[in-house]
Design a protein around this ligand. Structure first.
Ligand code: C5P
Length: 237
C-alpha cells in the first residue's frame, strides 16, 4: 500500500489504546515512523513514576499524595534507542539515568499499574502528555488516550486481544530473549493488570465511544498494521 500523506497532515492526533500485550506499542511506533509523526508512549511515564516511587520506598496504597507530588516533578526524558537495549524503540530517561530496561521488568509493570490508579497522579501527568502535541501530528499509545487525554483525536483505535494470546506473546518474547518465563504466571499477572486498569475509577481502560476496535487475537502485527493504515487512510486521506 502506498502511503499518501505525511507532512500534509498538521496537528492530527491518532490514539491507540488497549490492554497490555495487545501490540499497540509496536503498532504505534511503526505508524508514527511511517507518518513522520511524534510518538507518545504514555505507559513509559507511569513506568518511570513507578520506578521513582519504588526507589523512594513509597507504597501506592499508603503514600498516594507523595507519589502524586513525585509525578508533578518527574524528570523524565525520551531519546534514541540506547546501547543497552537496541531492540527497544526509544530510550527512556529518569534524570541522567537510562531506565529503558529497568522500566520493562514485570515488577516495574505491576508498580506502574498501581501508581496509575491514583487519581492525583493522572491529573499531574495530563498536561505533560498533552505537551507532546506537535505540528507534525501525534500517535499516542496508552489506556486513556482517546477517552481523556486527546478526546478530540481524529482517529481512535482500540487494539485488543484475548488475555491468553497476550500472555503467550509475552512468553515467546521473553523466551526469545533467553529469559526464563512461566506461562501461567504471566497469564495471572496480565489478568491482575487488566483488572486494575479496567476497574479503577480514574480514567479506566475502555474504548472511547468513537473508537474503532481491532481484535488482534488471530492476527499478525503486519495484518494489524495493514488494517490500521487502511483506517487512517479512510479517516484522514
Ligand atoms: O502501556 P504500558 O504497559 O507500558 O503501561 C504500563 C502501565 O501504565 C499500564 O499497566 C497501565 O496501568 C498504566 N497506563 C495507564 N494509562 C496510560 C498508559 C499506561 O494507566 N495511558
Amino acid at each position: 500500500m502506498v502511503w499518501k500523506f505525511a507532512s500534509s497532515m498538521p496537528n492530527h492526533v491518532i490514539t491507540i489504546d488497549g490492554p497490555s500485550g495487545s501490540g499497540k506499542g509496536t503498532i504505534a511506533s511503526r505508524l508514527a515512523k511511517r507518518l513522520g509523526f511524534t510518538l507518545l508512549d504514555s505507559g513509559a511515564l507511569y513506568r518511570v513514576l513507578g520506578l521513582a516511587a519504588q526507589r523512594a520506598n513509597l507504597s501506592p496504597d499508603a503514600d498516594s499524595d507523595a507519589i502524586a507530588e513525585l509525578a508533578n516533578n518527574l524528570d523524565i526524558g525520551f531519546g534514541r534507542p540506547s546501547i543497552d537495549s537496541p531492540w527497544i524503540e526509544g530510550s527512556v530517561w529518569f534524570g541522567i539515568e537510562d531506565v529503558s530496561l529497568a522500566i520493562r521488568t514485570d515488577e516495574a509493570s505491576a508498580m506502574a499499574s498501581q501508581v496509575a490508579a491514583i487519581s492525583a497522579v493522572r491529573t499531574a501527568l495530563l498536561q505533560r502528555q498533552r505537551d507532546f502535541l506537535s505540528a507534525n501530528g501525534l500517535v499516542a499509545d496508552g489506556r486513556d488516550m482517546g477517552t481523556t487525554v486527546f478526546p478530540n483525536a481524529a482517529v481512535k483505535i482500540f487494539l485488543t486481544a484475548s488475555v491468553e494470546a497476550r500472555a503467550e506473546r509475552r512468553y515467546k518474547q521473553l523466551i526469545g530473549k533467553g529469559i526464563d518465563a512461566i506461562l501461567p504466571a504471566l497469564l495471572s499477572e496480565l489478568q491482575a493488570r487488566d483488572a486494575r486498569d479496567t476497574q479503577r475509577s480514574a480514567s479506566p481502560l475502555k474504548p472511547a465511544n468513537d473508537a474503532i476496535t481491532i481484535d488482534s487475537t488471530a492476527m499478525s502485527i503486519e495484518q494489524v498494521m495493514f488494517q490500521v493504515i487502511d483506517l487512517v487512510n479512510k479517516k484522514l486521506g
